[in-house]
Design a protein around this ligand. Structure first.
Ligand code: ZN
Length: 309
């Protein structure tokens, strides 16, 4: 598990929903449940520019550095504020993902969990929706370029559509994508309709399942059955899991009514699939979640399955 001060600093000031206190809220709950004593606690160096540029454009990385240096207010049109230390914090998130990947590929661990991570809205050339650098995209690029692993599953149960990952790989037939989220007609970023299944040779390798506002565990369970069938069809060699906690009932930014059982079920299921197809290789990232009690319960449910399944 990856946590610590460098990762904890990925949080925005002045009462922003993605504040610096999220990691601490999770760690307190993990400690109360004794989960922290069942995992190897890791920290990692920040990613360097070359690593970040495996996914992002050079001009965008320049933009982030420049925005911080000149004290700009936002990186984008108002969702993602700039603060002192922003670049280093965002690079720490990517660095932890890369360190986790190296350990998994070296056989030192089957599974990793990184609560502060899974920044699925960031595009190759821009910040979006509280996401500066897309750690998931950097891991996918690194899997291909450094390890020769091509057929990668990306599974996202965050309440928001994982648009930064989806559109970066929309035409990539070897990125097996499955995303269950609140219908974009009612929630940011507005994308992820059911007819978005990939383009060209990638058609059919992606599945987007939008749920109506108010949907809960039953609707998720039906969606998840389709996700599992989709993943089995392509037998991925590696699994990435973005387990955002903002689909739980009571999140201040969204409108679904999941219980933490959703996170437990998805994690358990992905552990089994990873064991079956991918020599157990699974990396989980916390993603969104803005009600502190909810994120603590959902992520602990995931971690519990990762250590016990
Ligand atoms: Zn989200």
């Amino acid at each position: 598990m990856y946590s610590g001060n460098a990762l904890g600093r990925y949080g925005f000031p002045n009462g922003h929903p993605l504040g610096e206190d999220r990691q601490g809220a999770f760690l307190a709950e993990a400690s109360a449940r004794g989960l922290d004593r069942q995992v190897l606690s890791c920290s990692a160096a920040r990613a360097n520019r070359a690593e970040i540029e495996r996914f992002h454009t050079r001009s965008y990385v320049d933009h982030v550095q420049h925005a911080e240096a000149c004290g700009a207010e936002f990186l984008d049109n108002g969702d993602t504020p700039v603060f002192p230390g922003l670049y280093e914090a965002a690079a720490a998130v990517v660095g932890a993902g890369l360190d986790g990947l190296a350990r998994v590929m070296a056989g030192e661990a089957h599974r990793t969990f990184q609560p502060i991570g899974g920044l699925h809205h960031a595009r190759r050339d821009g910040a979006a929706g509280f996401c500066v650098f897309n750690d998931l995209g950097v891991v996918i690029e690194t899997l291909r370029a450094q390890y020769g692993v091509r057929r990668v599953a990306y599974v996202d149960i965050d309440v928001h559509h994982g648009d930064g990952v989806f559109y970066a790989y929309e035409s990539d037939p070897e990125l097996i994508f499955a995303d269950v989220h609140e219908d974009g007609r009612f929630l940011y970023p507005g994308t992820g309709q059911a007819n978005e299944t990939g383009t060209g040779k990638a058609r059919g390798t992606k599945i987007n399942i939008p749920l109506a506002p108010g949907a809960g565990d039953h609707a998720f369970s039906e969606a998840w059955t389709r996700v599992v069938a989709h993943l089995r069809q392509f037998q991925p060699q590696f699994f990435l899991f973005q387990c955002g906690a903002d689909g739980l009932e009571g999140d201040p930014l969204a409108h679904l009514h999941y219980s933490p059982q959703v996170h437990a079920r998805a994690a358990r299921s992905l552990c089994h699939l990873a064991d079956e197809y991918a020599a157990g290789r699974l990396m989980a990232f916390g993603g969104g979640g803005y009600n502190r009690g909810n994120l603590a319960r959902a992520w602990c449910a995931v971690l519990r399955e990762l250590v016990s399944t």
